[in-house]
Design a protein around this ligand. Structure first.
Ligand SMILES: [Zn+2]
Ligand SMILES: [Zn+2]
Length: 164
């Protein structure tokens, strides 16, 4: 299973490079609460200017997510912008520093002749999905009394609380 998404820097021209990819779900496996479904489509424009690369584009993906309130799975589609800057670093400083610039462009430092874009895609997906995702705006959750999903059915104990 390919667990990286490497771009050969020597394959880029100075200036504008347009590319599109379709990435299988298993390459984007994140954690147990978020499951990417099918292929994710990525459109990128990479502006190369010497040792500086500006990567901009969009990722389209569908994810199966566990609702933080009721625990049911739901599927949502996302179109998320991608924007990041890669700057070649002189080897002596040490590898893999991630700084978040004040201009909200994430900035990575790289060495060598390839760029692994997978960390950027992971960050983009994780930022798109809220920490406590809800299956719907007004998810009613699970009844603490009898455990039914109150989005799907109402229950007797809830009525009992109201009348008491
Ligand atoms: Zn829910
Ligand atoms: Zn109940």
């Amino acid at each position: 299973m390919k667990k990286n998404f490497r771009l050969l820097i020597s394959s880029l021209v100075e200036g504008r490079n347009k590319m599109s990819y379709s990435i299988p779900a298993e390459n984007l496996a994140l954690n147990k609460d978020i499951k990417i479904l099918g292929n994710s489509d990525i459109e990128l424009v990479i502006l190369k200017s010497g040792d500086k690369l500006l990567v901009e584009g969009i990722i389209h993906f569908a994810a199966e997510i566990n609702c933080a309130i009721c625990g049911e799975k739901f599927v949502k589609e996302y179109y998320e912008p991608i924007k990041s800057e890669y700057i070649r670093q002189i080897p002596k400083i040490g590898a893999k520093t991630l700084l978040l610039g004040s201009d909200e462009v994430s900035r990575f430092y790289f060495q060598g002749e390839t760029l692994d874009l997978l960390p950027l895609l992971h960050d983009t997906i994780l930022l798109a999905i809220p920490l406590a995702p809800a299956c719907q705006e007004e998810c009613k959750g699970i009844c603490p009394g009898c455990g039914v999903n109150l989005n799907l059915e109402s229950c007797q104990c809830q009525k009992a609380w109201i009348s008491n």
